[in-house]
Design a protein around this ligand. Sequence first.
Ligand code: BG6
Length: 471
Amino acid sequence: KMNTTSFPKNFLWGAGASAFQAEGAYNEDGKGLTSADLHSFLKSDIQADTKIAVDFYHKYEEDIRLMKELGLNSFRFSISWARIFPNGNDSNANELGVAFYDKVIDLLVKYNIEPIVTLYHFDIPQNLVEVYNGWASRKCIDDYERYVHYCFKRYGDRVKYWITVNEQRVIAESKSLVGFKEKEGCSWEAIRHQMNHHLYLANARAIKLCHKILPDVKIGTAVSYLTTYPATSKPEDVFAAKELEDIWSFATMDVYYYGDYPDYYKAYMKEQEISIQIEESDYETLRNAKPDFIGVNWYQTATIEYNKFRVKEEKKDQIEPTTMGLGGRVKIVKNPNLTYTKWGWPIDPKGFRLALRKVYERYHLPIIVTENGLGAADSLTKDNKIHDEYRIDFLKHHLLSIKKAIEDGVVVIAYSYWSFIDILSSSNGMNKRYGFVYVDRDEFNIKDLKRIKKDSYYCYQNIIKDNGSNL
Ligand code: BG6
């Protein structure tokens, strides 16, 4: 193979993790409880007993050394709001929590690993859920802004890349992630779109503030982008695929970018009788905050069929699990051209190139691949090895797609594989592993949490060493 590379010299080769999935220490050093703590405790017996995830809170030095040895020049992680402000809105920051991230950031900087910091990754302080139902209230926007302001001031001298919110649409789809409490006169269906609106405002306020106080840093959001294919060339399938992609993924990016709901989304809201309260000044807030990049969490494509059985209002409970939103008129079907993981996620590196092209053509903003990775049930051999050739294959092919997209003219500045080390999968606990580093624990036994390098660790190390020229 020719030894050429299209990756820019300063390309950020990274990997990521989030606070609730990696840190553990859920109530240590003054940290408050979060919606994500409760959400993940619900998922796994052992998490309920020990609440330690993979103990990054105590093992960060070892883990960051492993990053250095691998050759990462960036690491995406999230700050837990409730470590800084345990109740979400305390008058003083919790110094011990603040100091933890100082130590993490300092060590990364010492090793020349660029920190890419997410400010909110699924973990709203539970107290805010108790007092005003979290994002249902506009007060949450103010409290979030105070929290991010604190982070910008405290860490902004060392952190040059910020992500305001991770996967806003996913948050607003999941009661337990967002920490919603059913209350009299406040139903989930009615409120989740309002929460989504408040998240847009929170994002915009954070971007504006950051640009004001830290003019040299870059800030954006991480969006879960589900790229769609029509199941056939039937026009109704082609349209259904476009509709789902627009409503699920592009609408969010469009609001971030244009500062208003796109027309197709307004039409959709009207059709679905979704009403949200928008104050006049909201538009100004939204328009006055332009992201510096688009963060894309990319895992898979979805193949879409128009669902003839249009679900009527009174039959809402009959929507099959494979039909999603849009009044049940679209349906995800199996793509016979792709292979699937144990959890039914298609593996589609070619689709990734398409995805990058589409995002770039739409916004012409640099792209940070904030997440992309393979969840698998890795197994440890008797001699303590993990032969994850399937992950190596996944990694190489997805990186090749980035390389091709760059050759197509797409500006990709960073790749943050998900995840650096095994962490709690947000949907499947410890059964589903993503990391380059194995953590020796399982769902029911904490064991010694020993870190073991998988074969993919060495593969990524080689790729980074020559800046992707031997892919
Ligand atoms: C993304 C989240 O949605 O997908 C991550 O930002 C998550 O937190 C990842 O881990 C993979 O999903 P899962 O459910 O397999 O952990």
